[in-house]
Design a protein around this ligand. Structure first.
Ligand SMILES: C[S@@+](CC[C@H](N)C(=O)[O-])C[C@H]1O[C@@H](n2cnc3c(N)ncnc32)[C@H](O)[C@@H]1O
Length: 194
């Protein structure tokens, strides 16, 4: 059965053969927080740039996206590089991850609030979430136009209430808006150890 979301992203990834996209700031700037080994999961991963960075840092990564076209590119890159990244074509909303499996979960540029409880639940105690996505408060165009797909002010903090905040960045429209980290929020937070 055809899924319009999958078709849209398959079309995009059919035209995108660029595998060297950099990891997002939330991962790139905070690799020192990642455990030396463990299991990681990237949801709605696109071409899985974050997963490849985390695999280079020592994690074994599952990388899930609804687009089989993206997943094919991920698995080819994993085979070519020898890095432990396993791409899987999977709707992460209808088939969220199982409980207590991962040391690290990463999500970037994707927001479906209904899966936040599953993200929290799939982490082991002490596990880390790395999340970065667009905010409703912004200084320039780019990202989703539908505000439902953008975070309200401080929303990541609310969504992961109960987790220990290790890194949070959201600059809104404060100060010199030609500089800084704008249009997005990022969070690295730790699930409480039981
Ligand atoms: C804006 S892209 C972001 C990709 C990647 N996370 C990044 O930051 O570059 C959104 C991604 O979400 C994926 N996606 C959308 N709905 C999804 C769903 N229900 N399950 C899994 N992936 C989904 C799309 O295929 C696309 O790769």
């Amino acid at each position: 059965m055809s899924d319009p979301t999958q078709e849209k992203w398959d079309r995009i990834y059919s035209q995108t053969r660029e595998q060297a996209v950099p990891a997002m700031a939330v991962v790139r700037d905070n690799l020192h927080l990642v455990p030396e080994a463990g299991a990681g999961l990237e949801l709605a991963c696109g071409l899985a740039a974050n997963s490849f960075a985390l695999a280079e840092a020592g994690l074994e990564m599952d990388a899930w996206d609804i687009s089989p076209v993206a997943v094919e590119q991920i698995n080819r890159r994993a085979a070519d590089s020898g890095l432990p990244v396993r791409g899987e074509a999977r709707d992460v909303v209808s088939r969220p991850p199982a409980s207590g499996r991962y040391d690290v979960v990463v999500v970037s540029h994707f927001l479906d609030r209904s899966i936040i409880p599953a993200i929290q639940d799939c982490l082991k105690p002490g596990g880390l979430v790395f999340y970065q996505t667009f905010t409703q408060t912004r200084v320039s165009e780019g990202g989703p136009t539908n505000l439902d797909f953008r975070l309200a002010d401080n929303e990541l903090l609310q969504l992961f209430k109960g987790f220990k905040v290790l890194v949070y960045r959201e600059e809104g429209r404060q100060g010199d808006t030609t500089q800084g980290f704008r249009n997005e929020a990022l969070l690295v937070a730790q699930k409480p150890a039981v």
